[in-house]
Design a binder for this molecule. Structure first.
Ligand code: CA
Ligand code: CA
Ligand code: CA
Ligand code: CA
Length: 333
């Protein structure tokens, strides 16, 4: 998210939103849910190889967004659990600064500064209909917009540096940018990279315009424009298994990288297996007293010993003279 100059009082309190939408295609890049797993965050203010802000936040399976929720120019995290959003203005653990109930658990949500007030807020996507909200609160959408196709991959960014985030559609390696929250033809069409590229959007040089970074494995190719050609910077960062975050972590107007990391998602626990039932057919009665030669097998002696011991009677037949919990080993051994 590009740093903004305007300030605005934060709306607080949990409010039930009227805006709701059915599930839609997941978006990608800036503004979208970052995906991944884990609750360890490694944020880097520069393009060096090591993070300078490391913290644990939320749960490993939380859905997470990045944005500037209080217009201080610093991007922080929001955690989503169902339709409840926990916005925090610090890069640390601890409780959320603002909790908002919004839309439905199945909604696809994009975050952006749609009105240039410095605060990133949600847009609920329903197919190719976008319900734009300009505050971190419930209630009706401030604007409803039809854009692109229901199946489009959508990117969020400030393509023209006017302070407002708008939408772009990505179809393969072709990007259709719109500089206003309106339908109709794209203002700019660009072919960039490969159709298979993972692309992240940010303002890498602080000029107010959002541009792409391509990730291939753990290598990032950073571009300060959409012209194609050589990347302006290439950096190896993190691990191939990391989930990438983009944000302005220090308020200097330039976006940099971070990663989300954690324990791998645990495999579903197998159903507990019942302990094998003892072979009760082998158990001989507690009385009369039996000696080892009167059992037909070691298994019968052991089953009888185990059964009455487990029932609280101890070694009723005195089969385990040396107290090693093995019955009649000297006779059957
Ligand atoms: Ca902030
Ligand atoms: Ca805003
Ligand atoms: Ca713009
Ligand atoms: Ca920065």
């Amino acid at each position: 998210m590009r740093a903004k100059n305007l300030r605005r009082a934060l709306v607080t309190g949990a409010v039930v939103a009227a805006v709701a939408a059915a599930g839609a295609q997941p978006a990608s890049a800036k503004g979208a849910e970052i995906g991944g797993y884990g609750n360890e965050y490694y944020l880097n203010d520069s393009w060096s190889g090591s993070a300078n802000r490391v913290f644990v936040y939320g749960r490993t399976d939380d859905r997470v967004y990045v944005g500037d929720w209080n217009a201080d120019n610093v991007d922080t995290l929001a955690v989503r659990r169902g339709s409840t959003y926990y916005f925090t203005n610090r890069q640390s653990g601890g409780s959320a600064d603002n909790v908002v109930v919004y839309g439905r658990a199945g909604d696809t949500v994009l975050m952006g500064d749609w009105d240039d007030d410095g605060v990133d807020t949600p847009a609920v996507r329903r197919g190719n209909v976008y319900h734009i909200k300009n505050s971190l609160a419930g209630g009706a959408a401030d604007q409803v917009l039809v854009y692109g196709r229901a199946g489009d991959t959508v990117v969020v960014g400030d393509w023209d540096g006017d302070g407002r985030d708008t939408l772009g559609v990505r179809r393969g390696s072709t990007y259709y940018f719109k500089n206003s929250l309106a339908g109709g033809n794209a203002d700019r069409t660009v072919v960039y990279g490969r159709a298979t590229d993972a692309v992240f959007i940010g303002d890498w040089n602080g000029d107010g315009v959002d541009t792409p970074t391509v990730r291939r494995g753990s290598t990032y190719y950073v571009s300060d424009d959409f012209s194609g050609g050589q990347a302006d910077r290439t950096i190896a960062y993190g691990r191939v298994t990391d989930t990438t975050l983009v944000g302005d972590w220090n308020g200097d107007a330039a976006d940099t990288l971070g990663v989300r990391r954690g324990a791998p998602k645990p495999a579903p626990k197998p159903a507990p297996q019942p302990a094998p039932a003892p072979d009760s057919s082998l158990v001989r009665p507690r009385t009369p007293d039996l000696d080892c030669p009167q059992f037909s097998s070691w298994a019968e002696a052991q089953a009888t010993f185990d059964h009455w011991r487990a029932a609280g009677y101890g070694d009723v037949h005195r089969l385990d003279a040396d107290n090693d919990l093995v019955a009649c080993e000297s006779y059957f051994g």
